[in-house]
Design a binder for this molecule. Structure first.
Ligand code: F6P
Length: 366
């Protein structure tokens, strides 16, 4: 089959590197004489038939640009559409038919979807309905098991690590405990790797339930050794032994409506009460998703983007580009979804953290 025209969209939470993928797909496609439509705001653009014609000029100079020139949405699910005027949170509408119609009406030969687990789910639903889709995995959380690394993660990691570096100096000056909260949803990758890279003292991740007394005693023990400050790195999804997590809100229409956040404030209060050491919370939040991608993410995004277009040319529909041992590969989207990659509490990274003296706030690990 000759490919003449393709669509591309960026869906889910944004992250550094999205534009680099859009650029790589588009430059590769335009070189092959393929027309590219960029749908706006994720699947919303496909439902509403809102798109831009991508030209070399449009994608020139966006390699280093954060965000996405196409816009994104983590609530525009065509199968359960909750955005007015076509649907509402109370009465979600199935507008997948409109998306399929627009795909055909625009005479597209393929669609490239760039997103995380929610986007992969929707992509597979459309594949099942006959839409030829190639997917590219994206998330700062790095929690997709079908790829060694998603783009966006390295940038988030470097932002979190820089924050830990900066918090060290102010913690030291004031002899305080600084609690830095990272994103990551149900996986502790950003917290663990930034804590290792930034020399954090305590790291709390969803995979290892923490105990308040273990954290407090560790900080007091540090103080007794003359270390008058401590850095606690807490993943937003970290749980205590009772399984409690900090939740800020729920977002109707999102594939995962739960929004985690606020654990740093709870920990700061708890630590101050138990240790009598002044503590402060610093929630990094969406700074981890903003700004320019790191060199690694620019490299990875370019590989993902060019690979995705190659897969389209080879007719590898229903597949996702994947990184394995620094090589680009293909995996079935169906095999990639719903398989979270989480930190192994007994794995090498946790062991390394323990061996440099870090605490996971747990009596069982360490
Ligand atoms: O999945 C990426 C992510 O940034 C998570 O780390 C975080 O929990 C969530 O998205 C935040 O979503 P929102 O942008 O809707 O606040």
């Amino acid at each position: 089959m000759t490919i003449k025209k393709i669509g591309i969209l960026t869906a889910g939470g944004d992250c550094p590197g999205l534009n680099a993928v859009v650029r790589a797909v588009s430059k590769n496609a335009l070189q092959h004489g393929i027309e590219v439509l960029g749908f706006k705001n994720g699947f919303d653009g496909l439902v509403r038939n809102e798109f831009v014609h991508i030209t070399n000029d449009l994608v020139s100079g966006i390699l280093t640009l954060g965000g996405t020139i196409l816009g994104s949405s983590n609530i525009a699910n065509p199968f359960k559409y909750t955005l007015a005027p076509f649907g509402s949170a109370e009465n979600p509408a199935d507008l997948s038919g409109a998306a399929l119609h627009n795909f055909k009406e625009n005479q597209l030969d393929a669609l490239i979807t760039i997103g995380g687990d929610g986007t992969l789910h929707m992509s597979q639903q459309f594949v099942d309905l006959g839409m030829p889709i190639v997917a590219v995995p994206k998330t700062i959380d790095n929690d997709l098991s079908a790829t060694d690394q998603t783009f966006g993660f390295d940038s988030a990691l470097s932002i979190a690590t820089e924050a830990i570096d900066r918090l060290h100096t102010t913690a030291q000056s004031h002899h305080r405990v600084m609690i830095v909260e990272t994103m990551g949803r149900y996986a502790g990758w950003i917290a663990l790797r930034s804590a290792i890279a930034g020399g954090g003292d305590v790291v709390l991740i969803p995979e290892i339930p923490y105990n308040d007394d273990v954290i407090a005693n560790y900080i007091l023990e540090r103080r007794s050794r003359g270390k008058t400050f401590s850095i606690v790195v807490a993943a937003e999804g970290a749980k205590n032994e009772a399984g409690e997590q900090a939740v800020t809100r729920t977002v109707a229409g999102s594939t995962d409506p739960v929004r985690l956040g606020g654990i740093a404030y709870k920990l700061s209060q708890m630590i101050e009460e138990k240790t009598k050491i002044e503590s402060r919370a610093c929630v990094l939040g969406h700074t981890q998703r903003g700004g320019t991608p790191t060199a690694f993410d620019r490299w990875l995004s370019t590989l993902y983007g060019t690979k995705a277009l190659d897969m389209v040319l080879e007719g590898k529909f229903g597949y996702m580009a994947s990184l394995r041992a620094f090589q680009m590969q293909e995996v079935k989207i169906a095999d990639a979804i719903s398989k979270l990659k989480r930190v192994d509490p007994y794995g090498a990274e946790v062991k390394a953290a323990l061996e440099v003296g870090m605490s996971f706030g747990s009596a069982d690990i360490g």
